[in-house]
Design a protein around this ligand. Sequence first.
Ligand code: F6P
Length: 324
Amino acid sequence: MNKIKTIGVFTSGGDAPGMNAAIRAIVRTALYYNINVTGIMRGYEGMISGEFIPMSRKSVANIIQRGGTILKTARSEAFRTKEGRKEAFEQLKQHNIDALVAIGGEGTFTGANLFIKEFNIPIIGLPGTIDNDLLGTDFTIGYDTAINTVIDAVDKIRDTAESHDRLFIVEVMGRDSGLIALRSGIGVGAEAILIPESRTDIDALFKRLEESRSDKSSKIIIVAEGDKIGGFEITEMIKEKFPKYDTRLSILGHIQRGGKPSCMDRVLASRLGVAAVEALLNGRKGAMVGLINNNIHYTPFYNAIKHLSEADPNLLKIVNILSL
Ligand code: F6P
């Protein structure tokens, strides 16, 4: 055991369902090991401005089922500057915080990496993002809930699409990643799935629509937000090429980030929260804790934030076989 007496916990970047379950697990594990926990509000923003709150077993009661994050979150511009990070470090010192658990995604871990290099403070990360775009974990906290939200919404769109014999383009979140689109697209039986990891070949899409069974009364195309062409443009192109289709665009937006976390996300957050605190107590730092093949793994921040450059070819193949 090393000399950690107080751990600071914060959520940062886009929120994700299951962040509260993670906060609960971190607080209760730390208290179990007789370590104090301080909550840092609004991520790095609150660290800089000194928005700290003491955490107790009670302060995390009744939150495991709640979406969002009780610690709030932000994307901090100030923390990108050296002065901002220095101020944050001063605040941590003043409040006797000697280690951190950061719950977030790529931006959060990029900041954490710099912070460790400059001030040598121990930080362990938990993957909290609906995008599932971090290496070193099969799934990120929030992803399972988000894809279930998507399939719930698209099932409803399917009802109206069937009634009107319509083609729907549905744009889902994922600025740099098509993983929400890919998995939810398979889950709703999409005609095609367009993602940033592979070049969108509009002629291939047209061919697919031409070849698709004429007795299908509804068609769904899932487009990731980060697709190079984008949902709006694709809708316009399809309308022009296939005037016979009654085509509509639906952008699901931020409903994908809200809602009660699924059981998968609650359990994932709980397991990773416990592992994060134990890792700090065992002297680990600068790594994200994740789950690979159901086992805990630690991945250095600089590896966790490297992007997957291609989508799983097995999933892509499934789409092609099943959607005809
Ligand atoms: O990173 C999660 C995410 O929901 C992305 O999928 C999306 O592109 C982005 O956040 C939207 O962020 P904001 O809510 O800040 O506009």
